[in-house]
Structures are given as C-alpha cells and as structure tokens.
Design a protein around this ligand. Sequence first.
Ligand code: PA5
Length: 400
Amino acid sequence: MIKFDYKTYMNQEVSLDSLQKEKFIQRLLRDPMAGFINHVIHQEEMEEIKRVSSQIKADSEVLLVIGIGGSFMGSYALKNMFLSPFKTLDTEVIYLGYHLSSKYLKEVLDYIQNKDVSVNVISKSGTTMEISLTYSLIKKELEKRYSKEELQKRIIITTDSQKGKLREEVNQEGYLSFSIPSDIGGRYSLMSPAHLLPLAVMDLDIDNLLLGYKEGLQLIDEAYQYANLRLNLFHQNKLLENFSVYDPSLYYYTEWIKQLLAESEGKNQKGIFPISTVNTRDLHSLGQFIQEGNPILFETVIRILNSEDIKIEDVSLNKINQIVTESVCAAHYNGDTPSIIISLEKLDMRHIGSLSAFFMLAAAFSSYLFDVDPFNQPGVEAYKKEVRKNLEEQEIDFFL
Ligand code: PA5
C-alpha cells in the first residue's frame, strides 16, 4: 500500500475542480502517445520475455545492455534497488551506451574477454548516436567470437516494431527482437520489453511489477492532486523539487523520476527542475542549503515504512531512520521548505510498479497543467542535431 501525505509538512490547500479533472483525464485517455495507460503489455509477450531471458541465462555469463535515457533508466534503477551490490548473478548485467567514456568501455571489453556474452540493444528510434557507436563496437567484438547462427541467439534488439535502422537490421540478419509500442515513449516504457527483459535476466519478479503497475494506474486522483499541488508551489516560487530518499538503493530510482518529470514538463520555459538527495548522507552537504538557503525548493520524500531490520543495542535501526525522516521534514518545514511524503509499506516490485504508474500519471497531468506536451522532447532533439552537424563537419559520420 502507498500513502500520500500532502498536508503534514505543507502549508497548502489545493481545491480541485472536478470538471477540470475530468477534462484532463479524458485528454490523457485520448492522447495518441498515452500507450502507457491505454495498453499494458500482454501475457504472451511476458512469456516470450521469460523464454528469451532463460536462453540468455543459459548461454551467457554476461548480458550487455546498451541503452540511454528512457531506454535504460528504468531497469537500471530497479537493478540498483533490488540487487545487493554484494550479490553476484550467474549472468551479470552490465549497462553501456549511456555515456561516451572510453575508459569505461575499455574496462568492459577487458572484463568480457574470456566470458560468454549476449547483448540487448535498446533504442526506440534506432538513431541515437551513443547507442549506434557502442553497438558497433560490441558487435565487432562479438563477430570475432561467434558464428552468424550463434549471433542470432546472442544479439537481441529492442526497437520500434516497424521502422528505424535497428528494425532493418533485425529483418536482414534475423536477430531476436522485441518491440517498443509506437504509442509509448522511452520514459513511459517501464512496462515494455525495453526494461522487462533485462529485469527478467536479473531474476527480478516482473509479474509482480506488472501487477503493481496495473494497481498504480488506479491512482489517478492522487496523481492529479500531486500535480496540482506542484503547480501551486511553482506559482509560489518553489521552482525546484527535491526527491529525498533515506535508503541509497533508491538513488537511481530518483534519477528515473527526475528524467520522467524533466523531459515531460521542462518545455516552453516552464516546469519544475527536479533534484535529489540521499539521506542521511546529503544532510551533511545539501541539507544546509535546503534548511537555510534560497527558499526556492520543496521536497517529495519517498519513504519505506518497513524494511528488513537490524537492531543496535535492542533499538530498531529502521525506527531510528523513520524518526530522522520525520525530524528532517519538520526542520526543513520550519526553514520554509515544505514536503510531500509518499510512504511505501515496503520495498518490493509490486510497490515500485504502483509508484511508477503514479509518477507517469503525475508527469502527464503536470505537463498538461503547464500546457506542454508530456510525450515529446524537442530540447533533446536540439542537442542531437548540433552534435550531428559538428560530427559531420569533422567527417565522422559512419554511424549516423
Ligand atoms: O524518454 C525518452 O523518450 C528519451 O529519454 C529516450 O528514451 C532517449 O533519448 C533514447 O532514445 P532511443 O530509445 O530512441 O534511443
């Protein structure tokens, strides 16, 4: 169960106009890019994902996942949330393509030298520069080791169902493939093979994620209220939203939320800039600013009520973490930084599925309230265009 507290540390009354709410719900249901709410993954596709994930686990010691932005952040966040850094999997999952660090790529190439490898390339458009570059490097490496038939089992491409370079490659080479539905954009694609396949390889419970997600799609009222509350705060010059967590395993999940909100509503010189803190670490750094600095931010605290506990001198550490969370919210509130509190009964795939659906609904409603399109990202295209131009000027265009 997820609880939303929009009152305790918030000096706001949001009055919701039910007619306007209905108008926004209808707009979302009719939005041609709102596939995340209108059609959720089918059982047959879940079965195919599980079949391919078993094959990868049987064949490979390492799965390389190549993706960026909405094509990688979701599964990456859940990997960091649910897999202990001290646990090694039989098939290790390594992410590439989300930066251009030659140091990192070199380290990965060295690491996989004597290991059996599969690769999952994920790009809806099939034209993203970082992905094309990384894929061409890894493909060359795999071609040195495996026959064409073997590559057909080891290269899995997740892309648009009809168009793009990667889809052409699937058709030509006969590689295994999955589709990202055309009406689901990257950051709304958590419930697509883009994320579910890597998660299944990590043995994370994708059935429960899906169950929670479907439950979370019912949180329309809560998401709409949250979106309105954010807008109110924005009009009171609260221009930054700090997603604050008290367990480091949630750090990359706050990155996922930041991407979802920033790419959805940060347009036409509007939107709230999302940041994040991991406490108690950041109470000893950014906490100073949050308490006494320029009062331009509010916080959304994601709190886990019950976690595996440990006792120190008979006192529950979880209890102490909860007391600290409440105390920090109270102190920040007194310092003119209000907080919204979202409490999860526990941290599991089902709760995270629900919370993710809630944030996707909220991102769409918030964008509508700012009067921008939640599902495009023209600003990202602008940087891609500039990079393309400059690379072409240097006659570096083999992958474009
Ligand atoms: O949310 C989005 O749509 C973006 O972040 C994309 O996922 C990102 O730019 C990667 O795009 P693609 O999957 O086409 O390579």
